[in-house]
Design a protein around this ligand. Structure first.
Ligand code: GLU
Length: 609
């Protein structure tokens, strides 16, 4: 999120005050300025020692850095930053959602990961998003803005699990900075206002969302101070009781009530289907430790998130394909050509084979094998573009046939551009890459009454109806199942020590954003900040998109001449990352401009020794 307005510029304070003092601060500008926490200065790149934090938002990055300065480690800082994003970036992340966390443990020199993905309730069937009256898929908005789309939140359990396992802070301590931002307020920037405005109709249809985010009937104005005392109280409750407040307590009862009885405003002109989540579904929830995915690229070990995210398998397979093709900086157009085709091929395999591994037999080892990648790589032509959609390959362990593929006609997957990514490191060398989400920007549109946070619509990441022709779709809804994700928190090790950590929001473009940044950094000779800032293109088999600056670049024009037909999109992704140098040096980087630009800080800013 963007902090476009420094606190000294907080001139337009409106006396509006939503329910319980939430929303814009009153009664006077002076009072608000006294209570508002100043917006920290924001810069996209920082370097130095002692650890670093990169997020999309300066308040969140500051919360993480403050934790590091007070002796906390990378996990403590990641939870503090993520909880602050739940306040300042509430339309992308929060305790109503889920996410995936990858962690490098410096002492054990090992990479771990936590799957904090939301689960479908026990009552879910493969027809969750099929209208029983017509037998057709529900329109996307009807599915999203409903109780049906809400998965059991995994974010609080992720925080508790990470802190218990690797942290030094209690949950209460880690939530303290965010609690302060929620209760004292922060300065509204253009991103926050725009995201409310984009959801104005939906938020306006729910009493709770309207009262919090549309005080006086309009989105908060840029430069005003926004408070969320309900969320501050919720964080305090979680700090006191732990996550059992949600999974077996009053907070959970409120979530279930909201899912089953959406707080529709009188006169709202929409049919809102209730969902079937119960307190039993909450009680059954676990954030799971999972073995991360691993591939070797140019001798580096690239770790990612295993299923139910398709991030690690798809980024990993595409890197293996590129390793088989061999790309070089000397021919940037050829390298980008291979990047786009490798990505399309890997997406075909993702859609055909990846789902929740507790319910689907995912051939992960084969998908990540160099043999399979070789069979896929030999489909790529240097003088022409593959006809799309390409069919999935056959990851059967027999890779003697160039270009063997299954006959399946994949159809378009629907995934939106929200979510947020936190990268942290500490002075001991621990590293966190953590991507969290409530799915669409604004989640399912419903703030839980009296609790100050939005619910997710993560279950719309399931296929609504089968997408794989006569083959089974691995991503249909089922009881207790986790929808397939594209989230790709990634940590790269060189000789067992961290070299890079990164991740991004952006639905299915998360995968291509992370992949392209790795190619930019590891093959095309860019620094991490350059790799993040560079114009992006995204090939996902059923979609080929590019930012305007990519399309008009010499490489973009050359690729178009070869037959790549890009659809123009304004922005792809909003990445953050950290690169690690010698002797504890860190280079933290966020977007310079996308989504208003992000915020990178380090504990001791200094040039590299
Ligand atoms: N729900 C998406 C996923 O898990 C992320 C949401 C987004 O970035 O748009 O892949």
């Amino acid at each position: 999120m963007r902090r476009t307005v420094a606190v000294t510029a907080v001139a337009v304070l409106v006396c509006a005050g939503g329910a319980g003092g939430a929303g814009l601060v009153g009664p006077s500008a002076q009072a608000a300025e006294r209570t508002a926490r100043p917006a920290p200065a924001k810069q996209a790149v920082a370097s130095g020692y002692g650890g670093g934090v990169a997020t999309v938002d300066a308040d969140a990055t500051r919360a993480g850095i403050d934790v590091l300065r007070h002796g906390g480690n990378a996990v403590d800082a990641a939870v503090a930053a993520a909880a602050t994003l739940g306040v300042t970036e509430p339309f992308s992340a929060g305790i109503g959602g889920g996410g995936f966390l990858v962690y490098y443990d410096a002492r054990g020199r090992k990479v771990h990961s936590i799957d904090g993905r939301e689960t479908a309730p026990a009552s879910a069937t493969d027809k969750l998003f099929v209208d029983p009256a017509t037998g057709n898929e529900l329109p996307f908005e009807a599915a999203r803005v409903s109780g049906l789309s809400v998965g059991v939140p995994g974010t609080p359990a992720t925080w508790e699990r990470a802190l218990d396992r690797w942290g030094t802070y209690s949950l209460r301590e880690a939530l303290a900075p965010a609690t302060k931002v929620a209760s004292k307020g922060f300065v509204v920037d253009d991103t926050f206002r725009t995201q409310v405005d984009d959801n104005r109709k939906i938020f306006g249809d729910f009493t709770t969302s309207r009262d919090l985010y549309l005080p006086g009937g309009a989105p908060p104005r840029v430069g005003t101070v926004f408070r969320n005392p309900d969320l501050a109280k919720t964080y305090q409750l979680l700090g006191r009781q732990g996550t059992k407040a949600l999974y077996d307590g009053a907070l959970g009862a409120d979530v279930v009530h909201t899912v089953q009885h959406p707080p529709l405003a009188p006169g709202a002109d929409r049919e809102v289907r209730p969902g079937g989540m119960t307190t039993g579904d909450l009680a059954a929830y676990r954030a799971l430790m999972r073995a991360p995915t691993k591939v070797t690229y140019h001798g580096l070990d690239v770790y990612g998130m295993a299923p139910p995210s398709s991030g690690g398998s798809t980024v990993g397979e595409a890197l293996n394909i590129l390793e088989a093709k061999g790309i070089t900086k000397r021919d940037q157009v050829a390298a980008l050509h291979s990047y786009l085709e490798a990505s399309a091929l890997a997406f075909a395999d993702r859609n055909r084979y990846v789902g929740d591994p507790s319910q689907v037999d995912v051939p992960l080892r084969e998908l990540l094998s160099q043999g399979f990648a070789g069979e896929r790589a030999c489909e790529i032509r240097s003088d022409s573009v593959l006809a799309k959609p390409v069919a999935p390959g056959v990851p059967d362990g027999d890779y003697s046939r160039c270009g063997e593929h299954a006959s399946v006609a994949p159809t378009e997957q629907r995934e939106g551009p929200s979510t947020t990514h936190v990268t942290t490191s500490d002075r001991w060398g621990n590293v966190v890459a953590y991507t969290l989400t409530i799915e669409q920007t604004g989640g399912n549109g419903m703030v839980v009454p009296g609790r100050g946070f939005l619910l997710n619509n993560e279950l719309t990441d399931f296929s609504f109806t089968p997408t794989q022709g006569t083959a089974p779709d691995p991503n249909l809804p089922a009881p207790g199942k986790r929808p397939r994700s594209s989230i790709s928190p990634t940590i790269v090790l060189a000789d067992g020590r961290p070299l890079l950590a990164l991740g991004s929001p952006g639905g299915a473009t998360i995968i291509t954003t992370v992949l392209q940044t790795l190619v930019n950094r590891l093959d095309l000779g860019m620094s991490l900040p350059q790799a993040i800032a560079a114009p992006r293109a995204s090939s996902r088999n059923t979609a080929l998109e590019a930012e305007p600056a990519f399309r008009t670049s010499p490489a973009g024009r050359a690729l178009a001449a070869r037959g790549f037909s890009f659809t123009s999109v304004p922005e792809i992704g909003a990445e953050t990352g950290i690169e690690f140098g010698r002797g504890g040096f860190v280079l933290a980087a966020a977007e310079p401009t996308r989504r208003g630009g992000g915020s990178a800080m380090v504990v001791h800013p200094r040039p590299e020794r």
